[in-house]
Ligand binder design. Sequence first.
Ligand code: NAD
Length: 476
Amino acid sequence: MQKTAEPSFRQSVDLMFNRAVALMDLPAGLEEKIRVCNATYTVRFGVRLRGRVQTFTGYRSVHSEHMEPVKGGIRYAPEVNQDEVEALAALMTYKCALVEAPFGGSKGGLCIDPREWEEHELEQITRRFAYELIKRDLIHPAQNVPAPDMGTGEREMAWISDQYNRMNTADINSRACVTGKPINAGGIQGRVEATGRGVQYALREFFRHPEDMAAAGLTGSLDGKRIIVQGLGNVGYHAALFLSEEDGARITGIVERDGALHNPDGLNVRAVRDWIVRHGGVSDYPDATHSVDGAALLETECDILIPAALEGVITMENAPRIKAPLIIEAANGPVTAGADEILRARGTVIIPDMYANAGGVTVSYFEWVKNLSHIRFGRMQRRQEEARHELIVHELERLSADRGLGWELSPGFKEKYLRGADELELVRSGLDDTMRSAYQSMREVWHGRDDVEDLRTAAYLVSIGKVAASYRAKGL
Ligand code: NAD
C-alpha cells in the first residue's frame, strides 16, 4: 500500500492484524492461517416480485472455524460486497475470542436496500436467501449461526428461524440456528439493545480507570460529557439513549444519512428517534441546528465520538480535523487503518470495534445457550432466591422486634432485595461482566507492554493469542 492511499475496510483489518502479529511470536505459518478467510459463498437467486423475476446477490463468509459454530450477522445494504463481508467475518473471529464467546467468525450480506421493498416482499427475499444458506449448512445451530446487523433485525431473524424449522422439522435445536429473534420466537430479553448497552458498559469501564482517562486527557465521569453519535439505528440509538438517560452524558450531535443535528445543551434522543421514524430523517427537527453536510459534525468539538453507522467514515482525509479525544467504535471498521495511524500519533484514544460493539454477540451467545437448554434463564432459581432472601429479612425484623432495637429497613430496600433476578437482569449482569473482563484483558496488555501503544493493538494481541491457542490445541 502506498503511504497516501486510503486502505479499504478489508485492507484496514489486515493492516491492523499485521501490526499486532508483528509483536507476537507465533509459529511459522500460523499467522497466515489465522489471517485468511476460510471460505466465502456467493449466491445469486431469483424471486418473482412485481410481475418479474428479480435477481439478488448474497454472501456468507466463514473466516475461522477454530471453534464451531461460527457466528456473525447478516447485513442488508445496497453496497454489500465480498471484501466487506470478509472483513466483517474476520472482525467476528477476533471479537468472539476477545469476549470469550465460544464461536468462530462469520458474516453474511445481501445487496439490497430494504427501504425499497414492502414487508411481504422482504419476507419472500429473506426466506429464499435463508433457504440457499440453510441447504449448504451455512445456517445451522451447530455450524453457522447468524444474527442481525445493519438493515436487519428481529423480524428477519424470525423469518430465518422459521425457514430453518420448515426445512428441519425434526431438529429439536432448530431455534438455535439464528440469534436476535423476537422473544415469542425463542429470543432473549435484552438482545435488541445489547450492542448499545455494551457500548455503555464499555465506556463505564473506561471511566473507572483514571490512568486511561488521562491518556485521553479526560477527567471525572460520564456525567456531563459531550457526545456526538453517527447513526441513530439500533446500536447508535440505544447507546445514546442509555448514556444520556442513565449516565448523565449530553448528546450534543447526531449525524444521520440526511445531515446532522447539533445542540450544545444536549438532544433528546427519544424525540430525535421518533422524528426519524415519522419523517424519514433528521431534517427540520426542532430544538437543534441542522446541517446538510453531516460528516462535518464528526469534526466538531466534543468529549466522546461514537461512530455507530458504517465503516470507513474516519479517513486519512478527515482524521487530522477530528477533535474528540476519545472515539468508541460502535460500528465495525469506522476508522480506516490510515486514519488510525494519524489519530494515534495525535494521542486520540480509540476503544476498538472488536471490543466496543461485542455486546451484541455476547447476548447472542446467551440466546443460543438458552435455545439449546430449552429453558429461560432464572426460571429454576428465581423464586428460591426470593425465598432465601425473605428468610433473612424476616429474621432481621424478628430480632429487631424481640430485642426492642427499633431497626427499620430503608424505604424500598425490602422490595429490591427480595426480588430474585429475572432473565433481563441476568443478561445485563452477564453482559456487564463480559465487557469488564474483556476491557481488563486489553488494558493489561496496553499498560503492561512497552511496545503496545493503543487499545486496538492490545485487543488484537489478546484475541489472536486465544485463536492461536485453539489452533494449537487442535494440533495445527
Ligand atoms: P441499523 O441499520 O440499525 O442503523 C444504521 C444507522 O446508520 C441508520 O439509522 C442509518 O440511517 C444510519 N446511516 C447509514 N448511513 C449513514 C451515513 N452515511 N451517515 C450517517 N448515518 C448513516 O444498523 P445497526 O445494527 O445499528 O449497525 C450499525 C453498525 O454497528 C454497523 O457497523 C454494524 O456492523 C455494527 N454492529 C451492529 C450490531 C447489532 O447488533 N445490530 C452488532 C455489532 C456491530
